[in-house]
Design a protein around this ligand. Sequence first.
Ligand SMILES: NC(=O)c1ccc[n+]([C@@H]2O[C@H](COP(=O)([O-])OP(=O)(O)OC[C@H]3O[C@@H](n4cnc5c(N)ncnc54)[C@H](OP(=O)(O)O)[C@@H]3O)[C@@H](O)[C@H]2O)c1
Length: 257
Amino acid sequence: MNAPSYALVTGASKGLGKFFARALAARKQSLVLVARGQAKLAALAAALRAAHAIQVEPLAFDLTAPAAGQRLAAELRARELRIDLLINNAGFGLRGEFWKLSLAEQLNMIQLHNAAAVELTYELLPAMIEAQTGGIINVSSMAGFQPVPYAALYSATKSFLTTFSMALREELRPVGVKVVTVCPGRLRADPDESQAGRQKVPGGEQGHAEVVAETLRKFDAGGGLVIPGRRNRWMNFGQRLLPPNAVPKIVAKKSKP
Ligand SMILES: NC(=O)c1ccc[n+]([C@@H]2O[C@H](COP(=O)([O-])OP(=O)(O)OC[C@H]3O[C@@H](n4cnc5c(N)ncnc54)[C@H](OP(=O)(O)O)[C@@H]3O)[C@@H](O)[C@H]2O)c1
């Protein structure tokens, strides 16, 4: 019997990553689940194994550490876990004036959203290209479509990820490897998590399950950009009609903490 191929989901222990893990498990897809906290990963892995009779490997890993993506890829090779779907989802937001926020935390954000995603992509792509199958889903954000004052680094890392991911899609299209770039707006609170410290942000909220379903539909259809929700698609279209200098001014009024 052939060894199973796995989908690797970063940031799988809660929020969108957990919903990706559940949706893929329901498709009988074996999984490698990555986050820092071992306990939640192990509990999710046990639940998904029991419900779907699939292989699920929880791997506790801090992707903000230097070269973390390369070390994670080495660990996957050592365990002979073949990945044919990579979901770069792990992420976090920081709000406030750039110069008042911790520099170390902001650099961690670059490391997690950008360096780790690039490293994992670089390490795992060759096997997908050789097999002419599989793909990558990059979880970016609506915040990446314009500068967002008071989330300057967050929006910059998501702009990077969106640009990288959309360019990569065209490079990989001829070799049969799919790339989806998904740019959700504000997500609803994770129903399994405490809401202590959750910041209020203006605008509507999106359900995790709908975002995941729309993303997987796009993946099945061959890849591309997903802006989940009609409201977000209109906002993205509308702001392109405004003068570039007006956009950050308008966003600043809405995003000031
Ligand atoms: N929430 C939103 O409104 C929203 C909107 C648009 C886009 N997004 C994007 O969607 C993605 C998921 O967001 P979410 O709201 O679902 O996040 P979340 O609920 O806070 O979950 C984040 C996940 O990432 C993991 N993680 C955090 N830091 C990590 C690190 N250093 N190394 C490895 N894993 C790490 C967390 O587990 P541990 O803490 O155990 O490591 C957790 O599993 C992010 O990329 C985010 O930017 C979110």
